[in-house]
Design a protein around this ligand. Structure first.
Ligand code: PEP
Ligand code: MN
Length: 288
């Protein structure tokens, strides 16, 4: 890649990784491994409560969940909208977990600012340059997913839009790309993640859920991401995946997620790293 245009996202010699603060003392990019977990979609009060409690009890650092869902079919569940954001913000405050949720459209941004700590830009929106520019203006931390047809250079240039807009609080998220092989939902480009990690100043995390689409592969790929040097993961966990309204087949059960969190420290230790230890000082959950 030329790298000539992606100036602000590229790492200068000896330059450290940008530390992205999610709120509540949770930092991504300081060398420790951060875990963002929660359901694909926020569905109802009970599901949000159980999801938040499950991920917090297992030691997650931040809660994810979609209120606005970019679904392939217009007839699929589209998300709870503001009600979902309210439910998640309540749980974020209760459990002292920063909350991460996807903004699909510039028109949703003002509403989301009242509730979420971290704005997620989904794979389908990585090329939505007007959204990238508006998100930059908020100065809220951003998780920028790689588009499923995007080259590494295009992904970095999408991040460049946000940095160029004055917001360097950007976390890159590898979530799998489309290849000739459609056996799995996507193809996890771990080498691409590691390549970007070497060259960019931005922290890079991996989404082992959308990159596989298969529950049994999520824990192995989460561990592989940790071994390959990712700054963290964003993983889908559902209290009852069999009745999930979205992405049930790739959701970890709370028990599987608990086991992953128990396995990670030893694996990270093998490469001289550890799980993040957030100091839960400030109240979080949209309380800015
Ligand atoms: C998600 O995180 O729920 C999601 C829709 O992811 P992606 O944009 O990577 O498909
Ligand atoms: Mn999902």
């Amino acid at each position: 890649m030329s790298g000539q245009q992606a100036r602000k996202v590229m790492r200068g010699a000896g330059e450290p990784t940008v530390k992205v603060s999610l709120g509540g003392g949770v930092i991504v990019g300081d060398g420790a491994f951060t875990v963002i977990a929660g359901p694909c979609a926020l569905e109802n009060a009970d599901q949000v409560d159980k999801s938040a409690a499950a991920v917090k009890n297992a030691g997650a650092h931040a809660l994810r969940g979609g209120a606005f869902k970019p679904r392939t079919s217009p007839y699929s569940f589209q998300g709870l909208g503001e009600m979902g954001l309210k439910l998640m913000a309540e749980q974020g405050k209760k459990h002292r977990l920063p909350i991460v949720s996807e903004v699909m459209d510039v028109a949703q941004l003002e509403l989301m600012m009242d509730y979420v700590d971290v704005l997620q830009i989904g794979a389908r929106n990585m090329h939505n340059f007007s959204l990238l520019r508006e998100v930059a203006k908020t100065h809220r931390p951003v998780v920028l997913k790689r588009g499923f047809g995007a080259t590494l250079e295009e992904w970095l240039l999408a991040a460049e839009y946000i940095l160029d807009g004055g917001n360097d609080q950007v976390i890159l998220c590898e979530r799998g790309i489309r290849s000739f092989d459609n056996t799995l939902r996507n193809t996890l480009d771990l080498a691409g993640m590691a390549w970007v990690k070497e060259r960019s100043r931005l922290p890079v995390i991996v989404d082992p859920s959308h990159s596989t689409g298969v529950r049994s592969l999520v824990v192995p790929m989460a561990l592989a991401a940790a071994a390959a040097g990712a700054d963290g993961i964003m993983v889908e966990v559902h209290p009852t995946p069999e009745i999930a309204l979205c992405d049930g087949p790739q959701a970890l059960t709370p028990a599987m997620f608990g086991q992953l969190m128990k396995t990670l420290p030893a694996l990270l230790a093998a490469t001289g790293r550890e799980l993040a230890h957030p100091e839960a000082l400030a109240a979080v959950g949209g309380a800015r």
